[in-house]
Design a protein around this ligand. Sequence first.
Ligand code: HAM
Length: 418
Amino acid sequence: MIQKMRGTMDILPAEMPTWRFIEEKAREISARFGFEEIRFPTFEATELFSRGVGGTTDVVQKEMYSFTDRDGRSITLRPEGTACVARSLIENGLCSDTMPKKLFYLINCFRYEKPQAGRSREFFQFGTEMFGAAHPAADAEVIALADTLIRSLGIKDAQLHINSIGCPECRARYHAALKEYFAARQEQLCDTCKGRLQTNPMRILDCKSPICGEIGKDAPVMLDYLCDDCRDHFETLKKLLDAHGIAYDIDTRIVRGLDYYTRTVFEFICPSIGAQSTICGGGRYDGLISEIGGPSLPGIGFATGITRLILAMKLNGVEITEDNAPALYIAPMGSAAVEKAAKIVSSLRKQALYTETDLVGRSLKAQMKYADKKHARFTLILGDSEIESGKAQLKNMQTSEQTEVDINDIEPLASLLR
Ligand code: HAM
């Protein structure tokens, strides 16, 4: 039997109400904050991610689904959305639109990671990106959007962690301090981190190896190295988060796994969902647009993993069900009745009423059992005598009450079903 690829998932009908609920909330809340939806290709030129996300990140080094297409170009299934939205903004001339430009997306992403609860190789994100706003008020607003979504899904135990990783100027001083710290402990670092020491020492802080994690605990922290502008930005952000009524923890260990970030970085963490507890991650990326060939334009955004939101909702006792029961089930007996039933269901569906009839040739008893299983609100049995008289008994399945209806006049029947 052919099975799905490791790390991918089937989302079955029973799970769809929860997915739809999250997607609808995401759209509705985005609209409340003035964000517009954008869609973009599933695959892009590999260079977009190596330049945008950064050549020293795990995502680019180990996790991309890259391949050469029939024309010999290296293409990559998007591992995330930010670089794609930035590319689209530049390519479509939107960098000169009225700013800030506020966009959101619901996408699938691909990363070759070791699958476990909350981590898959094809996964789904709701993300937002705001361009052209350098003020910390933009950071606070983007965080407020994420917070509003998470709370509106009934996730009560998510904690917001914020940090600042500075700008290229102050980060250069920080990198030097980190290099010195880790160089003195080089022998204990994993092989990957020995390389990172030269290319990007901040990535060591993100290493999943327990030994590197332990060494990283006492490493210098970026907040001690911020330049005046970056410190002011962070201080103002904290005041604005207070103004929005959003609680946060300052977490100097948050460095994020993607290279484009500058200044603000943040994560919403739900410890109860297990090892993959980050339900949402984001930050500012003031250098990304120019890095991939656009003008100098600041940006800030976040993305949430939908499966992690679902895990968090379940653990918070949130259950979403949808009730799509037929308004009417018509049980026809004989070929004339089958034709009449087809006519009636067709007319009622045009009036937006969910109506079903027999499609498999069941006996009357089996049809009634089916109607019951589907929780049909009303049933109508059609036999030769009903066709002849033009009258049938509409049965309310809950009260068993019967009402005679004219089967040749749809309007009164439709109003009884509404
Ligand atoms: P990220 O932290 O790589 O950031 O991913 C964002 C979220 O996507 C994570 O917090 C997690 O919930 C979910 N996620 C990531 N990888 C997986 C996976 N393998 N399986 C399931 N869920 C996963 C970004 O992608 C940035 N583009 C976010 C951003 C937008 N920053 C600025 N704007």
